[in-house]
Design a protein around this ligand. Structure first.
Ligand SMILES: [Mg+2]
Length: 386
């Protein structure tokens, strides 16, 4: 099956409320939606998210990489539709380059690759009339966590109470090194002892600061501390893990399969945060999950703040399919976005529970009119005649 047309939509969808962590605050989604059209007319949608402080990608860089590298690779390939092949092998057959040139400042073009991979998966599965849930059969229900932005302590408590009212059993709290104890004490008091709390430092701490903070927060019963120190030497993270009883989870430190291997070898942490747009799409993320499982590392399925229904849908399939996950994030949909792209809402319901998606492809129906409404830039690419 040949892909004959690609359209890239660089979107800006306003948030209902700004979201902040230690690295930045954002008030709108900046996803890039990739729409592919196959020779039989089937259309598939994928989503890329550029995060300069994670993979090094920018929106402009992603668009350029998509146009100059991914699109030529896609239009030159005659794709094999899925017909029951083993999932990692079939996903791996969707050859999509993502290696970065070391001088580019990009770790890997994983956001960009994810956008094209998801669009291909959606398109090829739809063409075969198959749901992603058949390729990745759900093994368990998915329960989402709430994530609390690093706003004022009062604001954080307000969010915590709202999530508690919604019955969410798991909350992640963004911390910055300022008033961490006060913040966690207030949130713990607001939600009571039964709600699971974890923290995410987004690399804001030194090794010593991370150890001291974990020690100071232990009394609030923290189930995991994510990326306390910046991406870098896995031995530094191993030092933090060895010094604290709180499980350390790698996020920004875990982008490539090679990262996963070095983190495991260094015994740097007890958890991995898998995010599709960070790890390069379904194929590479499943490969990392397999390594983690073999090494006894817990996995969380994470998300991108402001992702639309496309990444949320793919994340839900992944979360339901992985044999065991410690936590799951995402599917905030219109709880965060002023308008989400899917015709039917995708966000989770009471207690954070969400149903599996069963429709063809990723299982969401995308509204083209909203792509046009929120696009800041649109790039149309047509295949050369072969
Ligand atoms: Mg994180």
């Amino acid at each position: 099956m040949r892909i004959v047309e690609a359209t890239l939509f660089a979107l800006q969808i306003p948030f209902v409320e700004a979201f902040a962590h230690s690295v930045r605050s954002r008030s709108s989604s900046d996803s890039i939606v990739v729409r592919l059209r196959a020779e039989d007319g089937t259309v598939g949608y994928g989503e890329a998210v550029a995060r300069p402080y994670v993979t090094g990608e920018t929106v402009a860089g992603c668009l350029q990489f998509m146009e100059r590298t991914l699109w030529p690779a896609v239009q030159a390939t005659d794709y094999v539709p899925w017909a029951g092949q083993e999932e990692i092998a079939w996903l791996g057959s969707l050859t999509l380059p993502a290696e970065a040139n070391e001088t580019s400042g990009v770790v890997a073009w994983h956001g960009s690759r994810c956008g094209f991979e998801l669009a291909l998966v959606d398109c090829l599965l739809k063409a075969a009339g198959v749901s992603l849930g058949e390729l990745l059969p759900p093994r368990h229900p998915v329960t989402y966590s709430g994530v609390i932005t690093a706003s004022s302590v009062e604001g954080a408590v307000k969010h915590a109470k709202r999530f508690k009212q919604f019955g969410l059993p798991y909350l992640k709290v963004k911390i910055t090194g300022e008033a961490d104890q006060e913040r966690l004490a207030a949130i713990r008091a607001a939600v009571g002892p039964a709600v699971s709390l974890r923290v995410d430092g987004n690399g804001a701490y030194s090794v010593e600061g991370a150890i001291a903070t974990c020690e100071a927060l232990a009394e609030f019963h923290i189930d995991s501390a994510e990326q306390m120190i910046p991406r870098g030497d896995p031995q530094a993270l191993a030092t933090v893990q060895a010094a604290t009883a709180i499980s350390q989870m790698a996020d920004e430190s875990l982008i490539t399969l090679a990262d996963a291997q070095t983190l495991i070898a260094a015994k740097a942490c007890r958890g991995f945060n898998l995010r599709l747009a960070k790890c390069g799409g379904l194929g590479p993320t499943l490969a990392i999950a397999e390594l983690a499982q073999a090494a006894g590392i817990a996995v969380q399925v994470g998300c991108q703040v402001g992702e639309t229904a496309i990444l949320s849908a793919a994340g839900r399939h992944l979360a339901a399919y992985l044999p065991e996950i410690s936590f799951c994030e995402g599917s905030y949909g219109s709880l965060l976005l002023r308008e989400d792209l899917s015709r039917r809402p995708i966000h989770f319901g009471h207690r954070g529970l969400a149903k599996p998606l069963k429709g063809p492809g990723l299982g969401v129906e995308i509204q083209d009119a909203l792509l046009e409404k929120y696009a800041q830039q649109t790039i149309s690419l047509l295949a050369k005649a072969v």
